[in-house]
Each structure stands twice: as structure tokens, then as C-alpha cells.
Write a protein that binds this ligand. Structure first.
Ligand code: GLU
Length: 465
């Protein structure tokens, strides 16, 4: 087999979303699995809708996902000469012809055809006129009138298309720009693409593209059409389903390894394995295990996979990832050792980096803000002697989880108060809230000085009530 070469050819008319990212991932994995090459190409011939901003954001999203390309990025807008050359060849060989039908005439014919119950394709008016190129003329492919073209799809199997269903489609518009069908074939051919892996919304374009390869006397690449992604309600995935762009997931605190892991399972499976490292994905990915039915987007599963990868990431590494989120929340970034210890305690509970940053807040602020309801319920006058006693005892105790627990248990017995009756007010004093990581780990991480200061402040609060 020729060395594998795949491509990802986004149109820079929007940000990279889950569907596009999955297509890129499958192409990238297939190339990596076979030791091949992955090409990035921007299909930017639509000058009206293409924007540099989207080129940049798509590149950024691919890089963030770790889907580095080996070749490119190519820009179709810089390859117009190549398309012109191929168009000339097809015209000179009689494989394509110029057509002078005006858009108004075509529209008129289209309406008549629809009204008469015929299919509205081009009727071949200029097919045998032998028109030379000229202003206002488009170049059309001469599609055989009879027979079929069979797409041997690597996922769907053989799919036959009757030529009567395919009209003489346009290759070059009257302004000289190539259509998608034409540019994509010239590019895939000249770039030596061996496998085209894309969404099955492109399946109906494939017979046209195969006819073009034939007209050019070239062997078409292998095609693999991946079933689309649906929202939880069974309609095509969109923003309505809460699906975000890839960079928006990054900004919400998702990890690239989680998104990759989630995306690889959207339409591909390997037994019942859910968690894949990058190395495993590369080793195991193939097209035979791509599902034939549509995949369903499940935001809860994505969140659960993110939580998994958060826990699986070494804390010092995660600490670096969480820093930008602390800054965004206006929190001070502490020294690394303290951050790592604090993060260790919230890591089992956080599902995103943003959640982790929010949970870290009480460790980092100078003064915690009491949740009013929690303060009302737990920072009560009865706690004054307990807190006073604690302040005295804590000055001398070792700050380990075990020693702290011993101290609290002893106190609870001595004062005849349930442990919870002491622990909960202390939790509010230290974190401002009734929910936090385990109290003794919180105290150990905060350290004696912070704990004593926060208990003193709670005492002042109680006395002022
Ligand atoms: N630019 C096309 C798209 O974004 C590429 C389709 C293809 O892979 O051929 O849908």
C-alpha cells in the first residue's frame, strides 16, 4: 500500500466545532496509526464568508487538541493557478465544456422542471455547442448520460449512484473561481491524498468527485464516510444542544486529552473500552470499527470523561493548567507547593479546571466570605467557648490529618458535642461554606497560621452578632 496520507480541509467560515474536530481526529489518528502524513488545508475560495479570524481559531483549536499537521496549511485561495491549469486540460480534452446559460435562465428552467415533476438538474443546453471560454461562462463536467458510479466506501460498503441523477455540474464559476467539487479533487489528487475520511453529508458529492478523477485519468482515493453526530434529541448536533466550539470547551476548563477521548468514542468503539490514552488511540484506531449509525452527543459523558482525566493528571501538572483560571476568577496565584497541596484536596471533586479553580478560592483569599445562611446557622454564640478552646489547643498540635482528628474527637467527647457539631462551624469559619474537602485536610493545607487567624476572625464575628 502507498504510504497513507489524509487531510483535514475546513472552510474557515466558523470556529472548529465537535463534528469538525472529530473528523480531524479520525484523519489524524488514521495517519498516525499507519505512520502516514496528515495535511491541513483551508478551503477558502468563498471569499465572502472566509475569515482570517477563523483560520487562526481553527489552527489554535487543532493545536490545543494536539492534532499537529505534517503538511500545510495550504490555502485554496493561493492555488488558483493549479485549478486553472486542470480546468484547461479538461476543456481541451473535451471532458468539460463551457456553458453560457444565465443564472436567470437556469432558475427559470429549474422552476419549470419542478413544476413538471422532473428533477431540477442542468438540462445540457450548452453541452454540444462547443463554446470557447468567455465572460459570464461557467465550465461544466460532461457527465456520462447512462450507467452508474459506485462509491466503495470503507465504512458504508458499496453505494451506487445512477448517472441520470447527476447533472453536468459546474467546475469553474463565471468569475473564474473553482467550485468545491473541483478544487477538492484537484487538491486531493495533487497532494497525493490516499484516504478521504469525512462526514457522511459528503457521500452524495463523492460520485461527482469520482467522475472527476476519471475525467482526469486518475485513480480516486479511498473514501470513508463517518456517520454524523446527533444531539440528545436525535436531530443534527448544533448549538441548541449546548455543544460548544472546541476553544469554548478549553475556556470552560476541559482538558484536551478528555475532549480527544470523548471524540474518539463518538462513532468509533473498541470493545467496551471508554478511556483511551493518546498512544492507545493511535495503536487501536481503524476504520473497520467506525459505527454505521449516527453517534449521539452526551454532554454529561463528556463531563465525566473530563473528570476522569483531571484525576488522572499529576497534580503539579494540573496546577499549571489551573493557574489561568485562578487569574480569570481574580484570585491570587500562590506559590506552587501550596497550590499543589490545595489542588490535591479538590481534585477528586472537580470536573473541570474552572470548577477546581472555584473550589480553590477559599485557600487563596486573605479573608473568606461567609455564606450568610451558613454563618447564621453555624457561627452561633454557643460556639464561642469551643472556638476559644480550639485556638488554644491548635497552637500546640501537630498539623497532620491524624493529630487533628484526634484533637477534634477528644474535644467532642469532653464537651459532649457530636463531632459534626464542632466540625461544621469550623468548616464555615475556615472556608465560608458548609461544603468543602475533608476538614482535616483543609486544616493541614491551610496550616496553623491561617487556621488560627480564621478562627479568631470567626470569634470576632460571633461576638458582634
Ligand atoms: N470544506 C469541506 C467541509 O468543510 C471539506 C469537505 C471534504 O472533506 O471534502 O465540509
Amino acid at each position: 500500500m502507498k504510504s497513507v496520507k489524509t487531510r483535514f480541509p475546513p472552510s474557515p467560515t466558523g470556529h472548529l466545532h465537535l463534528g469538525g474536530a472529530r473528523t480531524a481526529l479520525f484523519n489524524w489518528l488514521f495517519a498516525r496509526h499507519h505512520g502516514g502524513t496528515f495535511v491541513l488545508r483551508f478551503e477558502d475560495t468563498d471569499r465572502e464568508r472566509s475569515r482570517q479570524e477563523y483560520v487562526d481559531s481553527i489552527r489554535e483549536a487543532l493545536e490545543w487538541l494536539g492534532l499537529y499537521w505534517d503538511e500545510g496549511p495550504y490555502f485554496q485561495s493561493e492555488r488558483l493557478e493549479v485549478y486553472r491549469e486542470y480546468a484547461r486540460r479538461l476543456y481541451e480534452e473535451g471532458k468539460a465544456y463551457y456553458c453560457e446559460c444565465s443564472p436567470e435562465e437556469l432558475e427559470q428552467k429549474r422552476r419549470e422542471a419542478l413544476a413538471a415533476g422532473r428533477k431540477p438538474g442542468y438540462d445540457g443546453t450548452c453541452r454540444d455547442k462547443n463554446l470557447p471560454p468567455g465572460p459570464g461562462r461557467v465550465l461544466r463536467l460532461r457527465v456520462p448520460e447512462t450507467g452508474t458510479t459506485v462509491v466503495e466506501d470503507l465504512i458504508r460498503g458499496a453505494v451506487a449512484f445512477d448517472h441520470r441523477e447527476i447533472d453536468d455540474f459546474i467546475l469553474v464559476r463565471s468569475d473564474g473561481t473553482p467550485t468545491y467539487q473541483f478544487a477538492v479533487v484537484v487538491d486531493d489528487l495533487t497532494m497525493g491524498i490516499t484516504h478521504v475520511i469525512r462526514g457522511d453529508d459528503h457521500l452524495s458529492n463523492t460520485p461527482k468527485q469520482i467522475l472527476l478523477y476519471e475525467a482526469l485519468g486518475a485513480e480516486p482515493p479511498h473514501f470513508a464516510h463517518v456517520p454524523m453526530i446527533l444531539g440528545p434529541d436525535g436531530t443534527r448536533l448544533s448549538k441548541r444542544h449546548g455543544a460548544l466550539s472546541i476553544l469554548a470547551y478549553r475556556d470552560e476548563g476541559y482538558l484536551p486529552q478528555a475532549l480527544r477521548n470523548y471524540l474518539v468514542r463518538l462513532g468509533w468503539s473498541y470493545g467496551d473500552q471508554e478511556i483511551f490514552t493518546l498512544e492507545e488511540m493511535i495503536a487501536k484506531f481503524d476504520l473497520t470499527r467506525v459505527n454505521k449509525s449516527a453517534a449521539r452527543f452526551d454532554p454529561d459523558k463528556l463531563l465525566a470523561i473530563n473528570a476522569h482525566w483531571l484525576r488522572a493528571t499529576p497534580t503539579p501538572e494540573l496546577a499549571e493548567e489551573v493557574k489561568p483560571f485562578l487569574v480569570r476568577l481574580g484570585l491570587p496565584v500562590p506559590e506552587k507547593a501550596y497550590l499543589v497541596e490545595a489542588l490535591e484536596t479538590v481534585k477528586p471533586r472537580a470536573r473541570t479546571l474552572l470548577e477546581a479553580a472555584e473550589m480553590l478560592a477559599f485557600y487563596l483569599v486573605e479573608e473568606v466570605t461567609y455564606d450568610p445562611k451558613a454563618a447564621e446557622k453555624f457561627l452561633t454564640p454557643e460556639m464561642e467557648p469551643v472556638f476559644e478552646r480550639l485556638v488554644r489547643e491548635l497552637a500546640g498540635v501537630e498539623f497532620s490529618d491524624e493529630a487533628l482528628e484526634r484533637l477534634f474527637r477528644g474535644l467532642s467527647e469532653e464537651l459532649g458535642l457530636k463531632l459534626k457539631k464542632i466540625a461544621q462551624p469550623v468548616r464555615v469559619a475556615l472556608t465560608g461554606k458548609t461544603v468543602s474537602p475533608g476538614l482535616f485536610e483543609v486544616m493541614r493545607v491551610l496550616g496553623r497560621e491561617r487556621v488560627l487567624r480564621r478562627l479568631q476572625r470567626a470569634l470576632e464575628f460571633i461576638r458582634k452578632r
